[in-house]
Write a protein that binds this ligand. Sequence first.
Ligand code: CP
Ligand code: NVA
Length: 317
Amino acid sequence: MNSPANLVGTVRHFLDITDVDGTTLAKLIAEARRRKAARKGLAHGVPDADKPLEGRVLAMIFDKQSTRTRISFDVGMRQLGGTTIMLTGSEMQLAREETIADTARVLSRYVDAVMIRLLDHEMVQDLAANAGIPVINGLTKLSHPCQVLADLMTFEERKGPIKGRVVAWSGDSNNVCASWIQAAVQMGFTLRVASPPELSARPVLRHWVKANGGDVHFGTDPEKAVAGAECVVSDAWVSMGDEDSTKRHNLLKAYQVNARLMSRAAEGAIFMHCLPAHRGEEVTDDVIDGSQSAVWDEAENRLHAQKAILMWCLGKL
Ligand code: CP
Ligand code: NVA
């Protein structure tokens, strides 16, 4: 688990939802919504001339595939007036055993911030600990904070303030789920997680919830979890780096979000999924394509939420 102790000097890293308190999360969401509205204005001829990151360079390192994270960070940085450099782990000397710490020291002499997608969470923490510039977690095996900031924004756009509301998770207690768990504590909402016992949340995360007085319920029954919830969330049964595909499919079959499960949620409940979706597995076509689905807004909101993160990391918010 990450903590504010990850902050090196005054450098603002965004490695986990726990790096920012509830007030800062609210500030990030407000800025994201303001910038989203400004872009919509641009589409109608009102110029969005504010370029707070002019002259700044973001290095993006991807050790795993990405569609949304890669494109939304690239476009977001350009909209803020900055530029990006796209790198993959395999083309860097990292692949020839240069340490992540030395890589951090060198990158800090060239660019203004780094966004990295690397499954090994500790390596990303190590990168941040040795960087004199902000590091943003673009997904590790343990968390996906940029995704969940966009999800919080999406919930609030559709349903109003999330504080005190009920959200349900059905499926693997994976990286996205972990960031939702952290968000529930930081933002003060109820989260009901339903997962097979073999794929439940890590004990360290459960202890942290308890120690921080969070209202997060860990169970195994998806129907109980979604009963009366205003938002139902699911994700892939097999995440990047998972190898036990057949076992996971068998364990997670009962956690599929379909019309029957959605009918147990509150009236007007929304469905969220970080994408990419595996239709017919964790979610059925009628749900993801139906009127309750918020998944395309979620994908769009990655762009706006990450612009707020970039501004915060670079001291412009
Ligand atoms: N949701 C998400 O992070 O998508 P990508 O893997 O396409 O970046
Ligand atoms: N849980 C998924 C999210 C993909 C954006 C994974 O880690 O592969």
